[in-house]
Ligand binder design. Structure first.
Ligand code: NAP
Length: 305
């Protein structure tokens, strides 16, 4: 296949926020599809999509948008995904690939799979790329460059999996395949728990009455600032992630609480060697991430949710 030959003929994106609009931009820039149609529950978003020229069809006509679409990607918040799948199911073309970008996979599969018509290939996906911004103006074409995209396909869908892997690689991503259970556990520790900690620590600082808000802002260079960036992530998205990956997040949270207690005891017992050993190990992990090019030096790149 030549680099400029489109992988799919018509892509229909549902939900043109940060991720959906980035897919539209990247798919167009990299000739991954011939034509793009956009659907969104918000008329304002569709108007903006038309102004930005992100799709050939952003009229909001569901039947027209899905007609001849051989790839449909659900880019709405996880909590809305089942209802959207149900609504579009009657209009999906036989042979089409249906995918999504939801940050949680087990719950998405449970919500969507019952509505997938015979002859439609459902290949769930999660690009590990994002920022703390939302909406069609926040997207950009290079968002997925050198980021992982995880596919969690059912068995027996090798052609559709291959096409989806090609699609994401064309957008600049690296692709890995795993089960949705494994995905949800891995993401609970690498993404969901760190976000929970950030939401909590920023909330704690906010509640501390003896620390004036001004001081929180003034001295925020010392570590707190990075937490505030993570804690600024979209409230709808993160509410949906925690409610839809409850089991794995609670398991990781209880392990975290156990480790935090060990850390507390080390401080209490003046265990300098223990603290030094732990910080040496965590420093090595950070260096490994930087060596693999998964560092996020630029402010707009690569928050991985
Ligand atoms: P976003 O910027 O808020 O965009 C979501 C879009 O979907 C909005 O335009 C929203 O419209 C629309 N929408 C909501 N309900 C809908 C419905 N029922 N039908 C059609 N459109 C609907 O969110 P995002 O950051 O792009 O996230 C989208 C998905 O990507 C989520 O599932 C998230 O888990 C996943 N994801 C996000 C990131 C990240 O860093 N942000 C990274 C990887 C994966 P309104 O604004 O009017 O509600």
């Amino acid at each position: 296949m030549s680099l400029t030959e489109p992988i799919f003929k018509k892509l229909c994106i549902i939900g043109l926020g940060l991720i959906g609009s980035s897919i539209a931009r990247a798919a167009r820039l990299n000739d991954a599809v011939k034509e793009i149609a956009a659907l969104d529950s918000s008329p304002q978003v569709l108007a903006r999509v038309r102004e930005l020229g992100l799709a050939e069809d952003a009229s909001g006509d569901m039947r027209a948008a899905l007609k001849d679409a051989d790839l449909v990607i659900l880019c709405t918040p996880v909590g809305a995904i089942g209802a959207v799948a149900k609504e579009i199911a009657p209009y999906l073309e036989h042979g089409a690939v249906l995918s999504d970008v939801g940050s949680v996979k087990g719950s998405v599969v449970a919500q969507v799979a019952p509505h997938v018509p015979q002859g439609v290939h459902f290949i769930p996906a999660h690009p590990l790329a994002g920022t703390e911004y939302s909406g069609p103006d926040a997207g950009f074409a290079t968002l997925f460059h050198n980021r992982w995209c995880i596919l969690t396909p059912p068995a027996g869908e090798s052609d559709a999996v291959e096409a989806m892997a090609e699609f994401w690689k064309r957008l600049g991503a690296k692709v890995e395949t795993m089960s949705s259970e494994h995905h949800d556990l891995a993401l609970a520790v690498t993404s969901h728990l760190p976000h929970l900690i950030a939401f909590n620590i920023v909330g704690t600082a906010d509640h501390l009455e003896q620390v004036a808000k001004q001081e929180v802002i003034k001295f925020s260079a010392s570590g707190f600032r990075d937490f505030t960036r993570i804690a600024a992530s979209d409230p709808t998205m993160w509410r949906d992630i925690f409610l839809n990956n409850k089991e794995a997040v609670l398991e990781m949270l209880s392990r975290f609480n156990g480790d935090l207690e060990k850390l507390r005891l080390m401080i209490e017992k003046d265990d300098g060697d223990g603290l030094f050993d732990l910080f040496t190990r965590t420093r090595a992990i950070r260096r490994g991430i930087v060596e693999q090019g998964q560092d996020t030096a630029a402010p707009d790149f690569g928050r991985t949710h």
